[in-house]
Design a protein around this ligand. Sequence first.
Ligand code: FMN
Length: 179
Amino acid sequence: MNEILKNILSRRSIRKFKQEQIKDEELQSIIEAAKYAPSAMNQQSWHFTVVQNKEVLSKIVDSIKLAYKNLGEPKPENFNPFYDSPTLIIVTGDEKAIAPQNDGSLAIGNILLAAHSLGIGSCWIHILNFIFNRDEFKDLKRELGIPEGYVSVAAVALGYKDMEGKAAPRKEGTVNIIK
Ligand SMILES: Cc1cc2nc3c(=O)[nH]c(=O)nc-3n(C[C@H](O)[C@H](O)[C@H](O)COP(=O)(O)O)c2cc1C
């Protein structure tokens, strides 16, 4: 099996990270891979907000907790949907593009695989999508430099692994080949 296929099959979601920050060159390679994903009509409708500042990461978590509290679904005090990863990439997409969710998701796919190929763990994090347009997030989005009119695709937690993942069995009956 070639190295690319091996990388695809061996990637797993990582939910426990070392606190050591990933190297800038590694981050750049991961972002470069993201930007080379295919996109509808090559619109490259994505935007990547990379957060490596602990205070800013805490602020994002605090806003999520506040939003859930205001929704009447409070999270526990130690709640951290990003698993304390030292790097978080928030992927957003231009709402006016043809397919921002598809473009951004493919970019995330590249992020997950590029990270894995460099020995870096990653996990797709969905929670921002549920609260992205709420008031609790308005100012923060501006502070983070997320462009106006961009929708949330997902966030990705990144860092050196402090666990190994195991693949769940693949579902049967998901393929139909007609010759
Ligand atoms: C659309 C999507 C949303 C996901 N949301 C989360 C999430 O919010 N938190 C999380 O820990 N994992 C999340 N995941 C990761 C999945 O749980 C994971 O990919 C799946 O269980 C298969 O495990 P594997 O990635 O190790 O192969 C998400 C994955 C996708 C594709």
